[in-house]
Design a protein around this ligand. Sequence first.
Ligand code: UDP
Ligand code: MG
Length: 321
Amino acid sequence: MPDNTPVLSLVVPCYNEAANLAQLFTRIAATLAPLGLDYEVICVNDGSRDHTLAQLIEQHQQDPRIKVINFSRNFGKEIALTAGIDHSQGRAVIPLDADLQDPPELIPEMVSRWQEGFDVVYATRRTRTQETWIKRITAQGFYRVMAWLSDTPIPANTGDFRLLDRAVVNVLKQLPERNRFMKGLFSWVGFRQTVIHYDRPGRLQGESSWNYWRLWNFALDGIVGFSVKPLKIWLYVGLLISLLALIYAGALVFRTLIYGRDIPGYASLMVAILFLGGIQLLTLGIMGEYLGRIYAEVKGRPLYIIRDAYGFAPHSINQFD
Ligand code: UDP
Ligand code: MG
């Protein structure tokens, strides 16, 4: 292994984070210096509309261990993470939010668990006290549904903040899918995993870029990416409804034979039509969710487009050369 290979790679997706970067790098440097390990910080500018890029370049000029990948537009956090991980060189990789919600002070503990022999050390938050009750309830609901549907256990209350050994990273880099629900992928690969707990602070500056619509779509990505149960359940719902319909039809025939014909029945007709119509549309919608993702996979477009990069070896980054 060449001497300039860092031990740790921190991967930081940045979207409009100009206000947080100075403190982020100060805290990273202060935490990592005592460890005496070589490290690199790969910052992925995900189409920010503020001064994030200029600040990142300035930081890179002061400290060449800070490297910058600049996307051609906003691709979303999961993809920014993927790009950073793709271009990392460390023997362990740690994805980290730029807003300091993933405190860098946890890194030494992660590193020591890694040195004990674990391949993945993920950080689970102890409390969610900083958040509104709606966020807490929806998050809890999401993890419940996920646990029930998914074949891969995905640890609850755990973000992307974790340490990944190079062996794990190499496997992740082989995964071809475009639907990158990273915490699902992190769990899916397996390996020796362990957990540490922490209290997640609020955002340092600025606002979360995840509104509920975006979170809902994120949740759909997770569910559809890691389970086909939503497709299969309709077989059983359909069977059950057909069975009930058959019994009801039998009862109707029987009743008509005994009591003769009767006209009323508008209410039950309407209920049956609306109920079945609703279920059919829902099923179609769910199929659409999968179909749309299959379409995205089949198109096989590159996951991200890098406009330029700072601090990488020549030709290590030109994806369209
Ligand atoms: N982020 C990104 N691209 C986006 C949205 C967010 O790279 O389109 C980054 C953002 O800069 C931050 C991390 O992803 O480093 C988490 O974002 P945020 O703090 O908005 O999410 P939350 O902490 O509320 O989940
Ligand atoms: Mg945040």
